[in-house]
Structures are given as C-alpha cells and as structure tokens.
Ligand binder design. Sequence first.
Ligand code: PLP
Length: 442
Amino acid sequence: MTSRPVIDDMSSFWMPFTANRQFNAAPRLLESAKGMYYRTTDGREVLDGCAGLWCVNAGHGRDEIVAAITKQISTLDFAPTFQMGHPLAFEAASKVADLMPEGLDRIFFTNSGSESVDTALKIALAYHRARGEGQRTRLIGRERGYHGVGFGGISVGGIAPNRKTFSGALLPAVDHLPHTHNLEHNAFSKGQPAWGAHLAEELERLVTLHDASTIAAVIVEPAAGSTGVLIPPQGYLQKLREICTKHGILLIFDEVITGFGRLGKATASEYFGVTPDLLTMAKAINNAAIPMGAVAASRTIHDTIVNSGAPGAIELAHGYTYSAHPAAAAAAIATLDLYRRDDLFARAHAMAPKFESAVHALRDAPHVKDIRNLGLVAGVELESRAGAPGARAYEAFVKCFEAGVLIRFTGDILAFSPPLIVEEAQIDRIFSTVREALASVQ
Ligand SMILES: Cc1ncc(COP(=O)(O)O)c(C=O)c1O
C-alpha cells in the first residue's frame, strides 16, 4: 500500500538517508500527527513506535509547545546570538542545565545532533589548547558508533557505509575502540549485558599506542541507537570514565538519543551514574518541534576556555546563525516544562518493564536472532536473508507501516523507541504487528 501522492512532482526533494528510487516508486507520506499517531496522506492512522526519529518524546502536536512557538514567532521571529542575546536563550539554557548531571551546566546551543557532536569535539580541542596542551588533538570513537554526519562525526563514528564514500577526507588523528556487541555472550540480554566491561580496557591499549599526551577526547553513545540498539555492558562506562580521568582525556557522551527520558532519567549519564565532561544532545530537547541541539560542558571546561585569551576577544570561534533560535528556545522551555509537569521520565521508567516483556516475547517469532532493550528503547536483530542483507528488515518495516505501525530499521535490525506517553495497549499493538509482519516476510 502506498500513500496517495499529494504532489505532482516528487523529483526535486533529494531525500536524506533514503533509497530515493525505491521510495519514489512507493511513497510513504505523512500529513499530520497528534499524540501517539501519525495520519498518512490517504487518511490512515499510524501508531508511532519510534517517536518520529527518536525525538518526539512527549508525543505529537502538544498544545503547550505549539502555543509557545506561535507566540514566539509573532513576538520575536529571530535574534542573533553573536554578540547579542535574547532572554529565552538564557532561560532555555538554564532549564537544560537543570536536567544535566551535576557540574555540566554550561550550555552551547546548536541545531542538530551532528552539529552538537562537532561542537563538542571542537570544545575538547579548545579546552586542551587553552590550558597549554594544544598537542592533544587525537579523538577516539568506537566501532559502530553513530555521531551524525559532519566530518567530525563521521570520523569518530564507526558505521562503515557512512564513512566509505568520504574516507579520503576524514579527520586524520582518530582511532576507535571496539564495539561491545557480542551475541555469543550476550544474546537476548534484558537490560545491560553482563559480559563485556573489559572491552573498555582497550582504551588503555590506545593510550599506550598513541600516548595520552596526544589524546583530546573519547566519544561514545552511552547506549547506542542508530547502529541498531547496543546497550553498554555492566561496568563498561564506569571503566571508560576511570581510564579517561587517569590520563586527562575528556569523556564525551553523545546523548542525542538517550537525552530527555529515553532511559527513564533525564540523561543516560544519570541513569548509569557516570558523568562525562561534555554531553551532546538534540533529539527530544524541544520535542523536535523546531530543529535544536546543545552541548553541556563542565564548568571547568567552560571557564578554562572563556577565561583564556585577551579580554574583549571572542574565546571560542564557533557558533551557528540559528544557535538558540527564539522559536526553538521557546519550544525547549515549553517542552522541558511539559516533561516535568507530566513526570514523563518517571513514566518511561515505570513503563520499561512492560516494554521489556513485550519485546522479548518476540523471541520465538520467525527470523529473530537477538533482542535487546533498556528503558523505552529496544532492538530486534533478524537473521539476514542470504545474499540480501537488510531486505528482510525493510520488508518487515513496510508491512508494519501498512498495518498502521511506524518502526525503524537499520540493516537487519528493527528498532523501537515510542514516545514516552505510550500506553500498555499501544506497546502490545506495536509488537503484535511486528510478529505478524515477521511471519509474513520470507
Ligand atoms: C547518537 C547520535 N548522535 C548524533 C546524531 C545526529 O543527529 P542529527 O541527525 O540531528 O544531526 C544522531 C542521530 O540519530 C545520534 O543518534
């Protein structure tokens, strides 16, 4: 079933991360959204099993957010934040800071996760330079990591197809930790796998190889989403933190997916009890109503950079025209108020056991090779069809969409991350639809 095209010419829009020719042959078009549901251009209701793109955590079309944006656009549509300011930028930063781990309360606004990542990498370099260790320029990422699509992000990222085409232009001083995914030890883990903390010690090997004096930062997703939901082994993040601290290396948590309640706490850092030096965020910061991202920096990092250099000189030559855009800031303030008022992070926490048992009930469904979950995020890995990797998950995704449920897929992994307002019956519907879809794909 394809959605009724409402436009004559679909050729101009070059779609991101999409098989353009395949899509144009059978479009899936969304027209409106409210609460847990999208509506397609041909009038079908589609239950949102992935919060849009892991970002609409409060559900769609929330009146408070719409009202805040509408009011702001008609009051102050745009204000520069280069050598100028507007009150909502400062208010939004304070509200974001309130949700961050202790001490990470200096907020730099961006417009996306990719920009947040590149901003955090640049802040790490600027920090070391400001304190006289400008030779610390090496960045350590992790295999299978996803850190957006900027040159910094794909360099530290570890998803091969995202790097291959651009391989000649990646940042030069980068290395990677091994990923933590291992089905031999951890298949069908509920929550954090027991095996794998020792993989963090690979960082010691990289320190020996490159020398700590050349390494600026390590960046990881505390729980990885886009690569197909990889949950950190118990003790892994704590070990990374210890090794970074020991060697004066900054630890960056990329919380673009995990920020704002996905794991049942404001941040994954809070959930795991591990505090990084820099924390990137974006997706749910303002419920995805207007593009916005941010980096939270420790006071030490902020003060070291801001107190360096001559008075009157710009301390960090970095920023975006739309950093803290008034409408995005208004949306963030309204969203963060809504999260607090409706206690949505606690709601996600309370719903997580139901979500876990519903997804793990798919264990005996056809093609299922692994299931993993934490908070309100889960991945179901399928056996790949011989000679056609990714085809089975794509077909399951299309079947689910036709049956009125939106999910995500990456390679042969199905991913689930519903808005935090999801009801138990909706969780059941998502996974019963997936079961039927899996039964009907070859
Ligand atoms: C961990 C992580 N970092 C960065 C990004 C990039 O965000 P954006 O698409 O907003 O640039 C994503 C997007 O999925 C992500 O999951």
